[in-house]
Design a protein around this ligand. Structure first.
Ligand SMILES: *Cc1c(COP(=O)(O)O)cnc(C)c1O
Length: 325
């Protein structure tokens, strides 16, 4: 495959572990539950963006960039991992965060500051709307800026999840495990697009079930269409003939609740039960919501006791310290 020539900058510890959650499965009276521990990628508290950044910052370095720019919510895990990766490569990092500067810095935002990122407050804009203006200013001051897209969700970011699924496939072979479902939090689409393409490449039978986290549909195109076109663009990018349409996509939007980052009973129950049965921490915005979704899929019988599920822990735990009451 042509993509072997795409530069990749090592940033994390891979493969991440796969563990079985026997006590959680018992508490739910549910199916076998495995977990892929991408909360342990090793880059400043870890998370799924570490994988994406290996390819995206590999590209930035190949382009001779000296400054990285990205955007997200104030508690963005993507921005925190970008700040850490940039620091480790001695690149200047600018983050445009939604909202306004809080009185107290906590969670991911505190880490952004410790990691030395330059923080710009974007008000209502948390998806990079203000990036072009800051790029112009940086260019004028003689910098070579490189934009990391929202959530790291472009072809390079998605490609990292094709690779991640191959990594998992080898682990499952060694464990002699086979799955019926992979369940995870889906928000900017790169993880899901990559897993969908990886599934085709491996000719795997399990379902790729994205739990939608973000109710906000202010993106230029609807989220499901975005995931499909990113999967198609990524396939094209790596020279694969696979193409995707609506029937290839499972995106469950039943659990968006009151919207992005609004934590309720669903998330709190998932976080507490996972912590108290397995000693594993989830996060309030993404994995807590996705695990709450998985609980519901199990309790409602949509995922049966005879199934075998892998929950992909995509990280995010620093946000726990920003959502405590
Ligand atoms: C970004 C993120 C996701 C969603 O991944 P996307 O590729 O953006 O859809 C899920 N969980 C956590 C903790 C994240 O930070």
């Amino acid at each position: 495959m042509t993509y072997k020539n795409i530069p990749r900058q090592s940033l994390g510890f891979f493969p991440t572990p796969v563990v079985e959650l026997t006590k959680l499965a018992e508490a739910l009276d549910g199916p076998r539950i495995l977990m892929k521990r991408d909360d342990n990628t090793g880059l400043a508290f870890g998370g799924n963006k570490t994988r994406k950044l290996e390819f995206i910052l590999g590209d930035a370095l190949a382009h001779g960039a000296d400054t990285i720019i990205s955007a997200g919510a104030a508690q963005s895990n993507h921005c925190r991992q970008t700040a850490a990766a940039a620091a480790s490569l001695q690149l200047e990092c600018h983050l445009i965060l939604g909202g306004k500067e809080p009185d107290v810095m906590s969670g991911n935002l505190l880490l952004d500051r410790i990691l030395g990122a330059h923080i710009h407050w974007g008000g209502k804009n948390r998806k990079g709307e203000d990036i072009p203006q800051i790029v112009e200013e940086l260019k004028k001051s003689g910098k070579k800026p490189y934009i990391v897209p929202y959530g790291g969700s472009n072809e390079l970011g998605a490609l990292s999840f094709v690779e991640a699924l191959k990594e998992l496939d080898l682990q499952l072979q060694n464990l002699n495990e086979s799955l019926t479902h992979i369940v995870f939090a889906s928000s900017s689409g790169g993880t899901q697009a990559g897993l969908m393409l990886g599934k085709k490449c491996l000719n795997a039978a399990f379902q790729i079930v994205g739990i939608n986290i973000d109710k906000d549909e202010t993106g230029k195109i609807p989220f499901n269409q975005f995931i499909l076109s990113l999967a198609n663009d990524t396939a094209e990018f790596i020279g694969s003939h696979y193409r995707f349409s609506e029937e290839d996509l499972i995106l469950d939007s039943s659990y968006v609740g009151e919207g992005y980052g609004v934590v309720g009973h669903l998330e709190n129950e998932a976080i507490s039960l996972t912590a108290q049965t397995e000693g594993i921490l989830l996060d309030p915005v993404y994995t807590g919501r996705a695990m709450g979704g998985l609980f519901d899929l199990i309790r409602s019988g949509k995922i049966a006791k005879t199934d075998s599920v892998l929950f992909w822990h995509t990280g995010g735990t620093p946000a726990l310290f920003a959502y405590s009451e």
